[in-house]
Design a binder for this molecule. Structure first.
Ligand code: IMP
Length: 191
Protein backbone atom coordinates (compact mmCIF):
# COMPACT_ATOMS: atom_id res chain seq x y z
CA UNK A 1 0.00 0.00 0.00
CA UNK A 2 1.56 3.39 -0.98
CA UNK A 3 2.12 5.92 1.80
CA UNK A 4 0.62 9.38 1.72
CA UNK A 5 2.17 11.75 4.26
CA UNK A 6 -0.28 14.18 5.80
CA UNK A 7 1.44 17.56 6.05
CA UNK A 8 0.33 18.19 9.64
CA UNK A 9 1.47 16.92 13.03
CA UNK A 10 -2.08 17.20 14.38
CA UNK A 11 -3.48 13.70 15.19
CA UNK A 12 -7.04 15.15 15.07
CA UNK A 13 -6.53 16.04 11.45
CA UNK A 14 -5.20 12.54 10.73
CA UNK A 15 -8.48 11.06 12.00
CA UNK A 16 -10.49 13.45 9.89
CA UNK A 17 -8.49 12.68 6.74
CA UNK A 18 -8.74 8.96 7.44
CA UNK A 19 -12.53 9.27 7.57
CA UNK A 20 -12.58 10.96 4.15
CA UNK A 21 -10.08 8.53 2.65
CA UNK A 22 -11.72 5.31 3.93
CA UNK A 23 -11.59 2.58 1.30
CA UNK A 24 -8.82 4.34 -0.58
CA UNK A 25 -5.62 2.53 -1.56
CA UNK A 26 -3.37 4.83 0.48
CA UNK A 27 -1.92 4.44 3.94
CA UNK A 28 -1.97 7.82 5.68
CA UNK A 29 0.90 8.86 7.96
CA UNK A 30 1.65 12.05 9.90
CA UNK A 31 4.68 14.15 8.97
CA UNK A 32 7.49 14.25 11.56
CA UNK A 33 6.87 17.08 14.07
CA UNK A 34 10.37 18.55 13.57
CA UNK A 35 9.55 19.26 9.92
CA UNK A 36 7.84 22.66 10.09
CA UNK A 37 6.44 24.52 7.13
CA UNK A 38 5.60 28.20 7.10
CA UNK A 39 2.30 29.15 5.54
CA UNK A 40 3.50 32.06 3.41
CA UNK A 41 0.94 31.75 0.58
CA UNK A 42 -1.65 34.40 -0.22
CA UNK A 43 -4.53 31.96 -0.87
CA UNK A 44 -5.78 28.75 0.75
CA UNK A 45 -4.75 26.82 -2.35
CA UNK A 46 -1.24 28.30 -2.37
CA UNK A 47 -0.77 27.31 1.26
CA UNK A 48 -2.05 23.76 0.69
CA UNK A 49 0.28 23.39 -2.31
CA UNK A 50 3.36 24.71 -0.57
CA UNK A 51 2.80 22.48 2.49
CA UNK A 52 2.25 19.35 0.37
CA UNK A 53 5.20 20.15 -1.92
CA UNK A 54 7.70 20.82 0.86
CA UNK A 55 6.78 17.75 2.89
CA UNK A 56 6.84 15.51 -0.21
CA UNK A 57 10.20 16.82 -1.40
CA UNK A 58 11.86 16.69 2.02
CA UNK A 59 10.73 13.12 2.71
CA UNK A 60 10.79 11.83 -0.87
CA UNK A 61 7.24 10.51 -0.47
CA UNK A 62 3.71 11.39 -1.69
CA UNK A 63 2.14 14.06 0.54
CA UNK A 64 -1.28 15.62 1.07
CA UNK A 65 -2.06 18.97 2.74
CA UNK A 66 -5.05 21.17 3.34
CA UNK A 67 -5.68 24.75 4.30
CA UNK A 68 -9.01 26.15 5.35
CA UNK A 69 -10.70 29.11 6.92
CA UNK A 70 -13.68 31.39 7.17
CA UNK A 71 -14.08 34.48 4.95
CA UNK A 72 -16.62 37.09 6.03
CA UNK A 73 -17.78 39.46 3.28
CA UNK A 74 -18.41 42.52 5.48
CA UNK A 75 -14.86 42.15 6.85
CA UNK A 76 -13.24 42.09 3.42
CA UNK A 77 -12.67 38.33 3.63
CA UNK A 78 -11.24 38.28 7.19
CA UNK A 79 -10.32 36.25 9.16
CA UNK A 80 -9.59 34.21 6.01
CA UNK A 81 -6.04 32.87 5.98
CA UNK A 82 -5.70 34.02 9.60
CA UNK A 83 -8.73 32.07 10.89
CA UNK A 84 -6.61 29.91 13.22
CA UNK A 85 -4.68 32.93 14.55
CA UNK A 86 -7.68 35.27 15.02
CA UNK A 87 -7.69 34.57 18.79
CA UNK A 88 -6.06 32.25 21.33
CA UNK A 89 -9.04 29.91 21.74
CA UNK A 90 -12.24 29.04 19.86
CA UNK A 91 -14.23 31.15 22.37
CA UNK A 92 -11.94 34.13 21.84
CA UNK A 93 -12.06 33.82 18.05
CA UNK A 94 -15.87 33.63 18.07
CA UNK A 95 -16.18 36.61 20.44
CA UNK A 96 -13.83 38.70 18.30
CA UNK A 97 -15.72 37.90 15.12
CA UNK A 98 -19.14 38.66 16.63
CA UNK A 99 -17.77 41.94 17.95
CA UNK A 100 -16.28 42.87 14.57
CA UNK A 101 -19.75 42.36 13.06
CA UNK A 102 -21.67 44.29 15.72
CA UNK A 103 -24.28 46.50 14.04
CA UNK A 104 -23.51 44.93 10.65
CA UNK A 105 -26.49 43.57 8.74
CA UNK A 106 -24.53 41.91 5.96
CA UNK A 107 -23.66 38.58 7.62
CA UNK A 108 -22.73 36.58 4.51
CA UNK A 109 -19.60 34.42 4.73
CA UNK A 110 -18.03 31.30 3.31
CA UNK A 111 -15.91 28.47 4.59
CA UNK A 112 -13.19 27.46 2.14
CA UNK A 113 -11.03 24.34 2.08
CA UNK A 114 -8.19 23.70 -0.34
CA UNK A 115 -6.40 20.35 -0.62
CA UNK A 116 -3.26 19.51 -2.57
CA UNK A 117 -1.41 16.26 -3.27
CA UNK A 118 2.29 16.36 -4.18
CA UNK A 119 4.52 13.75 -5.82
CA UNK A 120 7.75 12.63 -4.10
CA UNK A 121 9.71 15.18 -6.18
CA UNK A 122 7.58 18.02 -4.78
CA UNK A 123 5.55 18.68 -7.92
CA UNK A 124 1.80 19.12 -7.45
CA UNK A 125 -0.22 16.17 -8.76
CA UNK A 126 -3.73 17.16 -7.67
CA UNK A 127 -5.58 20.07 -6.16
CA UNK A 128 -9.18 20.63 -5.15
CA UNK A 129 -11.22 23.31 -3.43
CA UNK A 130 -14.56 23.22 -1.61
CA UNK A 131 -16.69 26.18 -0.60
CA UNK A 132 -19.69 26.26 1.73
CA UNK A 133 -21.68 29.51 1.70
CA UNK A 134 -23.48 30.64 4.86
CA UNK A 135 -24.07 33.51 7.27
CA UNK A 136 -22.64 34.52 10.63
CA UNK A 137 -25.23 34.27 13.43
CA UNK A 138 -25.69 36.89 16.17
CA UNK A 139 -24.88 34.35 18.90
CA UNK A 140 -23.32 30.92 19.24
CA UNK A 141 -25.82 28.10 18.60
CA UNK A 142 -25.26 24.34 18.83
CA UNK A 143 -22.86 22.07 20.70
CA UNK A 144 -21.12 20.02 18.00
CA UNK A 145 -18.04 20.51 15.87
CA UNK A 146 -15.15 22.85 16.59
CA UNK A 147 -13.79 26.30 15.77
CA UNK A 148 -16.32 28.72 14.32
CA UNK A 149 -19.03 26.01 13.93
CA UNK A 150 -21.53 27.54 16.45
CA UNK A 151 -21.71 30.86 14.55
CA UNK A 152 -21.70 29.53 10.97
CA UNK A 153 -25.30 29.08 9.75
CA UNK A 154 -26.02 27.20 6.53
CA UNK A 155 -29.37 28.46 5.11
CA UNK A 156 -29.75 25.43 2.84
CA UNK A 157 -30.03 23.16 5.92
CA UNK A 158 -31.50 25.69 8.38
CA UNK A 159 -28.85 25.14 11.05
CA UNK A 160 -25.33 26.02 12.11
CA UNK A 161 -22.42 23.65 11.51
CA UNK A 162 -22.50 23.01 15.29
CA UNK A 163 -26.14 21.85 15.14
CA UNK A 164 -25.57 19.40 12.30
CA UNK A 165 -25.27 15.66 12.84
CA UNK A 166 -21.55 14.93 12.20
CA UNK A 167 -22.25 12.88 9.07
CA UNK A 168 -24.19 15.79 7.52
CA UNK A 169 -21.38 18.28 8.21
CA UNK A 170 -18.86 15.72 6.92
CA UNK A 171 -20.77 15.58 3.62
CA UNK A 172 -21.83 19.17 2.94
CA UNK A 173 -19.01 21.18 4.53
CA UNK A 174 -16.25 22.99 2.65
CA UNK A 175 -13.96 20.06 3.52
CA UNK A 176 -16.54 17.49 2.39
CA UNK A 177 -16.89 19.26 -0.95
CA UNK A 178 -13.13 19.53 -1.44
CA UNK A 179 -12.72 15.79 -0.77
CA UNK A 180 -15.64 14.96 -3.07
CA UNK A 181 -13.71 16.73 -5.85
CA UNK A 182 -10.37 15.19 -4.89
CA UNK A 183 -11.25 11.52 -4.34
CA UNK A 184 -12.03 10.53 -7.95
CA UNK A 185 -8.75 12.16 -9.02
CA UNK A 186 -6.82 10.39 -6.26
CA UNK A 187 -8.20 7.03 -7.41
CA UNK A 188 -6.72 7.69 -10.87
CA UNK A 189 -3.15 8.35 -9.70
CA UNK A 190 -0.48 6.14 -11.15
CA UNK A 191 2.00 5.85 -8.30
P1 IMP B 1 -6.32 24.98 9.24
O1 IMP B 1 -6.83 24.63 7.89
O2 IMP B 1 -6.06 23.80 10.09
O3 IMP B 1 -5.22 25.99 9.20
O4 IMP B 1 -7.56 25.69 10.00
C1 IMP B 1 -7.84 27.02 9.90
C2 IMP B 1 -8.83 27.48 10.94
O5 IMP B 1 -10.09 27.66 10.30
C3 IMP B 1 -9.12 26.53 12.10
O6 IMP B 1 -8.27 26.72 13.18
C4 IMP B 1 -10.53 26.91 12.48
O7 IMP B 1 -10.49 28.02 13.33
C5 IMP B 1 -11.13 27.32 11.16
N1 IMP B 1 -11.86 26.19 10.55
C6 IMP B 1 -11.48 25.42 9.50
N2 IMP B 1 -12.43 24.50 9.23
C7 IMP B 1 -13.40 24.68 10.15
C8 IMP B 1 -14.66 24.03 10.39
O8 IMP B 1 -15.06 23.05 9.72
N3 IMP B 1 -15.39 24.51 11.41
C9 IMP B 1 -15.00 25.56 12.18
N4 IMP B 1 -13.85 26.19 12.03
C10 IMP B 1 -13.05 25.76 10.99
Amino acid sequence: MPRLILATSNPGKLKEFQAYLTGNAWELALKPTELEIEETGTTFLENACLKAAQVAKTLGEWAIADDSGLSVDALGGAPGLYSARYGRSDAERIARLLQALEGEENRTAQFVCAIAVARPDGSIALQAEGICPGTITYEATGMGGFGYDPIFYVPEYGMTYAEMPPDLKHRISHRGKAFAALLPQLAEIDF
